[in-house]
Ligand binder design. Structure first.
Ligand code: ZN
Length: 132
């Protein structure tokens, strides 16, 4: 397993981690297989979406806030239930096919680390498995 850190500077923020994941795939030497990306946190997640128009991320974050407002009434005493819920909505991992040593992402896709309770220093884990 490989891992790298992501430092966020806002409470809610998407960070494009595609370059770091591509580096992990290159370092693995795997030409054909599956790249598993995983976030070992409870208030941050991962998603794949568009990186061409930055307004897509702005809209996703704004709509998640509408769906799960930070100010809603929750039981969890830490006061960050909205972040736990948003992280679960995004999920904590994603898999991308590796072909010819490269991530088989679509032209407009990138891999986003999704912070919902920042700013913090976070960890992203990457495991690249070879297809036989
Ligand atoms: Zn909490």
């Amino acid at each position: 397993m490989r891992s790298f850190s992501v430092t966020t500077d806002r409470r809610a923020q998407f960070v494009d981690i595609t370059a770091q994941v591509r580096r992990a795939v290159a370092d693995s030497g795997v030409r054909s297989g599956v790249c598993c990306v995983y976030v070992p946190h409870t208030t941050a997640g991962l998603t794949i979406n568009e990186n061409a128009d930055p307004d897509v991320v702005v809209d996703i974050l704004a709509h998640l806030e509408k769906l799960v407002p930070r100010s809603a009434k929750f039981r969890h005493a830490e006061g960050n239930s909205d972040a736990h819920i948003k992280a679960s909505m995004m999920g904590f991992g994603t898999n991308v096919i590796v072909e010819d040593g490269a991530l088989a992402l679509g032209r407009w896709q990138c891999i986003y680390f999704c912070e919902f309770d920042g700013p913090r220093r976070r960890t992203v884990c990457v495991q690249v498995m070879e297809a036989k």
